[in-house]
Write a protein that binds this ligand. Structure first.
Ligand code: HXC
Length: 510
């Protein structure tokens, strides 16, 4: 018996070494952790239960029968994050560059199926060279099996991808179908085809970093939802995100103890809006003052900064915040902002996370670049997302709510549950200057008349009261009471029961 136990331990030790000490050292020299180190850091201490440690590939071509390594380039299993179960797989770059073989894919598929069956989030950690070239179509088939499961799990359990090294070829599409992608600065990159192929096909010379580094994907392509400086920070931030998320679309949002009063007035909010309507202010300040202890996990912080999206808590329970940001492009809605917020709103709706929307929006961005770029379709994404969402929707208009953007930003007409306005709100088709120049065009040469018309327009329309008279805002509230109002509203809406007509699925403009 003793020998048998020792043999198991011996085999485990070999398997834990993956591609060997030299490759582990090389991984460390590049500033990267190994797959097992990452999982250990990510999960609660001692909670990791590994599966399929001894799985090997079955390939015999190109001399592969002489090189089999236990685990076959991916470490899989489950554990807990702050006590809640999650499933994980982490590509092991020390074994065939983390490339995906048929057996490697089967390991991932097993945890995907278990995560879905047991309704728990799944987290994939990437550091890999794509399809195992020696396995040909068997590897391609393996990828497609993974992709299929990503799609079936979408909207049922949270799926998160963390890119911590190369992520190329077949490896990119599974993360792309998950809910969130996070990258490590300087050591990770994602692309469909690498710099060599790019050079051959388009004659462009680019580095891996320029083609698919964290900066590109967080600021330009919007593929990634966030980037951090190193492996440790990235893993800890994803743990933080998981704390905000429910286990599945049928689980309640997590709740933690709330140590901050929800009834205290925050008088600083009463002076937050500048006297000059064209002066910016930072909407994140409002989010931080409303969220418990100012704890806000921002999604896509470096992309389309004219809209802010992220998770926080009110009275201990998770909410999704969406807010126009007057500091960037005056908070205007453009194609990028619309796409970014639409995806976030849909995530919240999938997972029953109430949405709190702060509105200060001068409209949609005019111009040929936007129109040629499909602003109509992208803007419609956000409109569609808010309109189909059945989760509690609470809206506070702090200042401007102009034109189509008024409708889009979780207005009453899109089944907003509680729509509040601060006394500083201006709800109108457009600002005074534009409106007067159109409706009083005949007086355009007479500054006195224009000034009188402008004053009349401002008095009548640039306030919350025209909308309030019609019930389009439920109440004009004191800014200092915003947190209390939202907390009470969220409590009242806990049993909200609303569903859309049956359909196979909708046809959101893509
Ligand atoms: C088999 C691979 C491999 C792969 C890397 N390795 N990628 N083995 N299949 N796809 C092996 C290498 O041979 C090497 O083994 C070890 O992993 C480490 O790789 P290095 O090249 O030494 O490391 P590095 O210099 O850091 O470069 C990493 C890399 C590079 C950028 C990922 O390895 C690379 O370009 N790999 C190929 C990427 C690729 O084209 N993949 C196929 C994409 S097509 P030894 O034993 O020598 O140390 C694809 C289609 C799927 O994925 C489509 C589905 C939709």
């Amino acid at each position: 018996m003793k020998d048998i136990l020792e043999e198991l331990e011996r085999r485990r030790e070999i398997a834990r070494l993956g591609g060997g000490q030299a490759r582990i050292d090389a991984q460390h020299q590049r500033g990267k952790l190994t797959a097992r180190e990452r999982i250990d850091l990510f999960l609660d201490e001692g909670s990791f239960e590994e599966f399929d440690m001894f799985v090997e590939h079955r390939s015999t071509d190109f001399g592969m029968d002489k090189s089999r390594i236990a685990g076959d380039g991916v470490v899989t299993g489950w554990g807990t994050v702050n006590g809640r179960a999650v499933f994980v797989f982490a590509k092991d770059f020390t074994v065939f560059g983390g490339s995906l073989s048929e057996a490697h894919a089967e390991k991932i598929i097993k945890v995907q199926d278990m995560a879905l069956k047991n309704r728990a989030p799944i987290i994939g950690i990437y550091d890999a060279g794509g399809a195992r070239i020696q396995e040909g179509v068997a590897a391609l088939g393996g990828y497609a099996e993974v992709f299929q499961r990503n799609v079936l799990a979408s909207g049922v359990i949270p799926q998160i991808s963390i890119i911590m090294g190369p992520c190329a070829g077949g490896d990119v599409y599974s993360p792309a179908m998950t809910d969130f992608i996070f990258m490590v600065r300087d050591t990770s990159y994602m692309f469909v085809t690498g710099p060599d192929v790019v050079k051959t096909v388009t004659n462009e010379t680019v580095t891996s970093e320029e083609l698919g580094g964290a900066t590109v994907h967080t600021t330009r392509s919007s593929i990634a939802d966030g980037a951090y400086d190193n492996d440790v920070d990235t893993l800890l931030q994803v743990r933080r995100l998981i704390d905000f998320l429910p286990q599945s679309n049928t689980s309640p949002v997590p709740e933690i103890e709330c140590y901050q009063s929800v009834t205290d007035a925050d008088n600083s909010l009463d002076t937050m809006i500048p006297a000059n309507a064209n002066k910016p202010y930072d909407i994140k300040e409002l989010i931080q003052k409303v969220a418990d202890e100012g704890d806000f996990f921002e999604i896509q912080a470096s992309f389309a900064k004219n809209i802010v999206c992220g998770f926080g808590r009110i009275e201990g329970a998770t909410v999704g915040f969406v807010a126009n940001q007057p500091m960037v492009l005056a908070g205007v809605l453009d194609s990028d902002a619309s796409r970014k917020a639409a995806r976030f709103v849909r995530f919240c709706d999938c997972f029953n996370i109430p949405i709190v929307t702060f509105v200060d929006v001068p409209g949609f961005l005019p111009g040929t670049a936007q129109e040629y770029g499909g602003l109509i379709k992208h803007g419609a994404k956000l409109l569609f997302a808010y309109a189909e969402a059945t989760v509690p929707k609470l809206t506070v208009i702090t200042r401007k709510a102009f034109g189509g953007a008024y409708d889009v930003m979780a207005s009453k007409h899109l089944r907003g549950d509680l729509n509040y306005a601060w006394p500083t709100a201006q709800i109108a088709v457009m600002g005074a200057k534009g409106a007067v120049e159109i409706i009083f065009r005949k007086d355009i040469a007479d500054p006195e008349k224009i000034a009188a018309h402008t004053k009349m327009y401002e008095d009548r329309f640039l306030s919350p009261f025209v909308a309030a008279e019609r019930g389009y805002v439920d109440e004009v509230i004191m800014p200092h009471s915003t947190r209390r109002r939202l907390a009470r509203g969220l409590k009242m809406l806990r049993n909200k029961d609303l569903s859309n007509p049956w359909k196979k699925h909708d046809n959101i403009p893509l």
